[in-house]
Design a protein around this ligand. Structure first.
Ligand SMILES: [Zn+2]
Length: 397
């Protein structure tokens, strides 16, 4: 290791971590391409590459030369240097998965959960599911590099509640994982935000300003402004479910007239149950919509209109180019989208909405898991963290 790589020394803004970030933007690079794109002197570049290779972050390959000459050596991010565990915990079910370090899903499983369970019970179930997946995939658990978790952001009457309520705040979630997977970084964000990351991953250039609406039993949204997820002062940006809209319906949070009280899986399920249908989850509602149950279709469409009013206001504030509609209730998206489009395009100025695309998620139910992987990777490969791990000899092996 070079002198400047010793613990306590800083590479500043030209360290191996910054070079790694560049390397991750393409499949493979030659040294000449890296010199050109990084602006580093060739000798400096070679030294940085050596650090990244010996730490396991980068692998090299010999590509046959097209002209029949010496094979060209190329460098790539070593996405096979370990695994990520990911979890997407919703209002009525949970998905878990294992990914490689490119965020590609290698295995997944999902389970319904009981909304009346405590966060501790839900989390221990999630951890058991992940352990089961590790066992099934015969994963070397010493190569798990990070864990990304999305937690529900909707207030419910039951104990499966808001991240602010004891049990769902970041610290409790990471502590629960740390007991079973010690020494592994755990990154936690709200479910709508990880879904937004998963959608953004599809085309980061295109999705610089977008809203990702998640409609399941609850309602929330992830907001991307200038390419970054908006967190807000207390991490509450996008918590639109409990904005009072007027009206006489009491919400599960205790307030009257919240958006979620009139436009969510929970409100639709209640209306259907009141008329004698048996509905426990957003998936039950989607099944009725697929069977073209008239009442279910109209309730979902009306929820879409209410949500569209809120989305139009948000669009007026932040001027996104796209609104993506995801979550379990969007698995049969037509009536929901029709209601949303009716409100947004019908009630807001064309100058605001004419270039605004509103469409269902293309990533679908995997958006939460791939977003959780993005969240974990972003933290794991943050340049200062990479530099620090190289300087302190905590390499990937
Ligand atoms: Zn409320």
């Amino acid at each position: 290791m070079g002198k400047e790589g010793k613990a306590g020394q800083s590479w500043g803004s030209t360290g191996p971590g910054v070079l790694l970030r560049l390397i991750r933007t393409a499949d493979r690079w030659t040294k000449s391409e890296l010199v050109r794109e990084s602006g580093l002197a060739r000798t400096t570049l070679i030294e940085r590459l050596d650090h990244l290779q010996s730490a396991g972050y980068v692998s090299s390959n010999k590509q046959p030369s097209k002209t029949g000459g010496r094979p060209a050596e190329t460098y790539s991010f070593n996405h096979l240097a370990g695994y990520l565990l990911v979890a997407d915990i919703g209002g009525s079910h949970v998905r878990v998965g294992v990914t490689d370090l490119a965020g590609t899903l290698l295995a997944t499983s999902e389970n319904d959960l009981d909304p009346d369970d405590s966060p501790q019970t839900v989390l221990s179930g999630v951890i058991t599911d992940l352990q089961g997946l590790c066992h099934q995939e015969e994963l070397d658990t010493s190569r798990i590099r990070a864990i990304g978790v999305g937690v529900p952001n909707s207030v419910q009457q039951g104990p499966l509640t808001h991240p602010e309520i004891p049990g769902w705040e970041n610290r409790s979630v990471s502590d629960a994982f740390a007991q079973v997977f010690p020494q592994i970084p755990v990154l936690v964000d709200k479910d709508a935000n990880i879904m937004a990351r998963g959608e953004q991953r599809q085309s980061p250039e295109k999705y610089q300003n977008m809203i990702v609406l998640k409609v399941g039993m609850g309602v929330g949204c992830g907001i991307v402004i200038d390419g970054r997820i908006l967190q807000g002062a207390a991490g509450e940006a996008g918590s639109i479910g409990h904005i009072p809209r007027g009206g006489t319906v009491q919400c599960s949070c205790g307030q009257w007239g919240c958006l979620e009280a009139v436009a969510s899986g929970r409100s639709i399920a209640k209306a259907l149950m009141d008329s004698g249908q048996v509905v426990h989850s957003s998936r039950d509602i989607v099944n009725l919509v697929r069977k073209r149950d008239g009442q279910a279709v109209e309730l979902v469409r009306q929820a879409g209109r209410e949500l569209g009013e809120m989305l139009g206001i948000l669009a007026a504030v932040m001027n996104p180019s796209i609104i993506i509609v995801g979550g379990n209730l969007a698995e049969s998206p037509e009536p929901l989208l029709a209601g949303i489009r009716e409100s947004v395009y019908g009630n807001f100025l064309p100058s605001l909405t004419s270039g605004l695309e509103i469409r269902p998620s293309v990533v679908g139910s995997a958006a939460g898991l791939t977003g959780a992987a993005e969240l974990a990777l972003e933290a794991l490969l943050e340049p200062a963290r990479v530099d620090d791990s190289i300087a302190n000899g905590r390499a990937w092996h």
